[in-house]
Write a protein that binds this ligand. Structure first.
Ligand SMILES: [Zn+2]
Length: 424
């Protein structure tokens, strides 16, 4: 399978590229398509790397708009957990397909997922053509650690048949839902099998207070003592981390994925200390968190909020530049997240073409245009592993995916807006 892109614009210059077996093999102004190539005429569109969503629960598209504006624990206990008990693999499959559709449309090429029935999520990722690291949330229900171990092993067995582009991880849900013994066991299993760990950490003040009360340690120190902080660890949130924890995380080479929109919506009461994390040398990525609590998967929105929030917190509009925010959104500040290193020969053919003539992109410098002015609507075509997933705004089978997802939501007793209810 080979692909040729012509007429793309990079740094003001018209270029082309060719990809074979998912890898860029020719790149530059003189590239000519070959007879066997699938053709993608960019028509002057801008060539940029794809976005990386470092933390989500993709299938929660089905729960979008269900229990909005409730406090976190009430939302989980009264709305989400009861309905999650009814989830079947097909619900997760179509919910994840819908998430993938939205990600392709808004320029995300890879994501980190933590959700039930991960084998169904993995199939959805494969069928959508995206890349992802998927993992089942591991929870010690009622202190039964054997059940957790069984669930972890089962999910890894089910994920063992994954295709290119989909990778398995281990996702202990959080330090307050997984016991000390189980966390230690997960750390050992991850090291033994070379798997990444994906965990929520320090999202609320309550979590920090409970950890101090139970272990006399703050969350990152506690996790480190159990062997879970390593270059293969992805920590989602990190809102309440202090200086000593940030230094420790930097030293261990773990990654923090910040989810500014979800944190604001759930009113967690503090802003992730990004500037302190940056000076400590922590690797940082960006995530949406689940579409049940964001409620969007359009990372263009999150990157803007990220930049603005930290400028505002620092009372310094120069505290975070658009270029820096864009690097974070494209995974360039945290190699664990799995982004292509650059757009060039030998690198994965993962990239976006942004609409030529989009007003948001027609003035000034590119990075501020992307971060402050653009939305996912500027994405014209999305290519992952040399496959064109969206061509000129069209994604094959999009209507079918939406109708299946709506059907699954209805099955769960959720009430999607019917055409009659939709405001005109
Ligand atoms: Zn989450």
């Amino acid at each position: 399978m080979s692909l040729a892109v012509t007429g793309a614009v990079l740094a003001g210059e018209r270029i082309g590229l060719r990809a074979e077996e998912g890898v860029i093999i020719e790149f530059g102004p003189g590239v000519r398509p070959r007879a066997e190539d699938e053709l993608l005429d960019a028509g002057g569109a801008l060539l940029v790397p794809g976005l990386i969503n470092g933390h989500t629960h993709a299938a929660m598209t089905l729960f979008r708009g269900y229990g909005d504006d409730l406090p976190l624990m009430q939302w989980l206990e009264e709305k989400i957990w009861p309905i999650e008990r009814k989830l079947e693999p097909d619900d997760v499959y179509w919910g994840t397909r819908l998430a993938c559709l939205e990600m392709v449309r808004s320029g995300t090429v890879r994501f980190w997922d933590m959700y039930w029935h991960p084998e169904a999520a993995a199939r959805a990722v494969r069928d959508a053509g995206l890349r992802a690291t998927v993992a089942a949330p591991l929870i010690d229900a009622g202190g039964r650690s054997e059940a957790l171990r069984e669930a972890a092993r089962r999910s890894l067995d089910e994920l063992a048949v994954l295709e290119d582009g989909v990778e398995a991880g281990l996702a202990p849900h959080a330090i307050y839902t997984v016991s000390e013994d189980s966390l230690r066991w997960i750390g050992e299993l991850a090291a033994e099998r070379g798997l990444p760990i994906h965990i929520h950490l320090s999202e609320t003040e309550q979590e920090v207070n409970d950890c101090l009360a139970a272990h006399r340690l703050r969350p990152a120190h506690y996790l480190d003592g159990l062997g879970l902080l390593s270059p293969g660890t992805l920590l989602a949130h990190g809102v309440w981390l202090d200086e000593s924890e940030l230094e420790l995380i930097a030293e261990r080479g773990a990654v923090i994925v910040t989810n500014p929109v979800a944190n604001l919506k759930l009113a967690v009461g503090r802003v992730f200390p990004y500037l302190r994390a940056r000076s400590a040398g922590v690797q940082v990525g960006l995530g949406t968190d689940g579409p049940g609590s964001n409620n969007s998967l359009d990372l263009f929105a999150d990157v803007k909020v990220f930049a603005l929030l930290h400028k505002h917190e620092a009372r310094d509009s120069a505290a975070v530049t658009a270029e820096e925010a864009w690097q974070i959104a494209t995974g360039r500040r945290a190699p664990l997240l799995g982004a292509a290193r650059s757009l060039n020969v030998g690198q994965p053919a993962d990239f976006l073409l942004l609409r030529e003539g989009a007003p948001e992109l027609s003035f000034g410098e590119l990075a501020p245009a992307l971060v402050y002015a653009a939305s996912g609507a500027v994405v014209q075509s999305t290519v992952v592993a040399g496959r064109v997933l969206m061509r000129d705004g069209l994604i094959e089978g999009a209507e079918e995916v939406l109708s299946h997802a709506l059907e699954r939501a209805r099955r769960l007793g959720l009430a999607p807006l019917s055409p009659r209810q939709r405001p005109r």
